[in-house]
Write a protein that binds this ligand. Structure first.
Ligand code: CMC
Length: 422
């Protein structure tokens, strides 16, 4: 049977056969058959804007795979840097490839002294770390003018390494600056998450030694946030990248998109919600408020997942491992009760609302000592590898500049009226 859909144009009575390609309608074919008829799709909820081999997501069945590997296996057996390699290169590395990759990343963690002294020091004393990160990434492009040579694979890869390596440095720098603490230089003897924790927390000790459970938990959280196919920030990176801007500009755009509370800021919102509920006894009243439309259960629901977010399952286990070291998070009881009530309530069940990745991640970050304004920054460190995997993939394909159309709903033509007559 032919893979196509036949539609009737009621304006002319003409029947048109629209072919299906990879389960979707080829818009180019549609355009040639129905010129001037647009797909109106705000939020791009039913539009595929890319052919991608990076990440597979089946929201109905709670499946997430990177380059074919299930997220559960990567979270259990891999490291963030290995997953970053997988996302960028398409295959898991051999030991030699991994060693070279880790060495390369480790030796690109420093930022230019002028950048630290003149650029970072210019921020207001109470600047939000995410705002600092976003503009710092854009600022880096001025230090690497060769990054504009986006057609050269070697130059491209050099910037990919630099960006993955420097994000933790910029993130920790933003945090230390915001609390008035001196900057801690990267320590090449530490692994990726351990070095970040050292740059965050080290004070006067010669070497910062993080608890291995916490280091591993942070690495797991980085793995879980590394990529999520065509989400808002990745789309922002692709749209800017499609104009052939340099990768620092594309990643800065992605950071800007992530900054918003509907995307990277949801884990912070979960903590505000738990704070507002305040005690175990108020859970039922809060749930009633959600059902009345007065409240929103943050950390629940997802545009794509209509079953349990597989990342939430892994994060819940990680949370218990972290709390065994840090002591139980005071909000955990309320969170567990909320989840229990919601999963049994028809309002949530019928709408297929399940916990998403952010329901527990904020609790973990809080217990590890991160202030809430760093939560989105942590997300950005991890998602940088995903943004760059999609950016690289896009440039390797014959991509066109992103330039959507619109349905015009404004005034028809009218004559200019001199100001005295208005
Ligand atoms: N609490 C209460 N009701 C909800 C929620 C929620 N968290 N999420 C959706 N609903 C209701 C919604 O009101 C609608 O009800 P009705 O059919 O009666 O109008 C129904 O469920 C279907 O919602 P939807 O329109 O399919 O949801 P959406 O795809 O437009 O929005 C969402 C997805 C993630 C923005 C939304 O679920 C939400 O606001 N969740 C809370 C915020 C959150 O946790 N965001 C993190 C997402 S994961 C991180 C990331 O990818 O960036």
């Amino acid at each position: 049977m032919a893979e196509s859909i036949t539609i009737t144009d009621n304006r002319t009575g003409e029947e048109l056969e629209i072919p299906l390609v990879n389960g979707g309608i080829d818009a180019a074919e549609w355009r040639s058959l129905l010129p001037g008829v647009w797909f109106h799709d705000p939020g791009l909820a039913t539009t595929s804007a890319a052919e991608s081999a990076v990440t597979y997501l089946d929201g109905d069945n709670g499946v997430l795979r990177h380059r074919g590997y299930p997220i559960e296996q990567l979270a259990e057996h891999s490291t963030y840097l290995e997953v970053a390699y997988l996302l960028i290169h398409g295959e898991l590395p051999t030991q030699d490839q991994l060693d070279a990759w880790v060495h390369d990343i480790t030796h690109h963690t420093y930022v230019h002294e002028n950048f630290r002294k003149r650029f970072v020091d210019a921020f207001h004393y109470n600047a939000h770390p995410m705002g600092m990160l976003e503009s710092s990434v854009a600022g880096l492009s001025t230090f690497y003018p060769e990054a504009k040579e986006i057609e050269d694979p070697e130059v491209r890869m050099h910037q990919v390494v630099r960006l993955i390596a420097k994000m933790p440095t910029l993130a920790a720098m933003a945090y230390r600056y915001s609390i008035g603490m001196p900057f801690v230089f990267p320590d090449n003897n530490l692994d990726f998450p351990g070095n970040f924790l050292s740059m965050m927390w080290r004070v006067a000790e010669p070497t910062y030694e993080a608890d291995p459970v916490l280091t591993r938990a942070l690495d797991t959280l980085f793995i879980l946030h590394a990529d999520h196919e065509q989400n808002c920030s990745t789309t922002a990176a692709r749209v800017v990248g499609s104009s052939h801007a340099d990768p620092y500009s594309s990643v800065a755009a992605a950071c800007a998109a992530l900054y918003g509370p509907r995307h990277g800021g949801a884990n912070e919102a979960v903590l505000s919600m738990l704070n507002e509920i305040g005690s175990f006894d108020n859970v039922d009243r809060f749930i009633a408020g959600v059902k009345d439309g007065k409240e929103r259960l943050m950390g629940f629901g997802h545009r794509v997942y209509k079953s349990y977010d597989p990342r939430a399952t892994i994060i819940k286990k990680t949370a218990h491992e972290v709390f065994a070291v840090t002591g139980q998070n005071p909000w955990l009881d309320i969170a567990l009760k909320l989840e229990e009530v919601a999963l049994e309530d028809d309002y949530f069940v019928s709408r297929k609302l399940y916990p998403n990745v952010d329901f527990y991640s904020g609790l973990i970050y809080q217990s590890m000592g991160f202030p809430t304004n760093m939560f989105t920054v942590l997300f950005a460190i991890a998602r940088t590898s995903g943004w760059l995997a999609h950016w690289t993939e896009m440039l390797e394909q014959s991509s066109r500049i992103a330039r959507p159309r619109q349905v015009y709903i404004g005034e028809d033509t009218r004559d200019y009226v001199p100001i005295a007559q208005r």
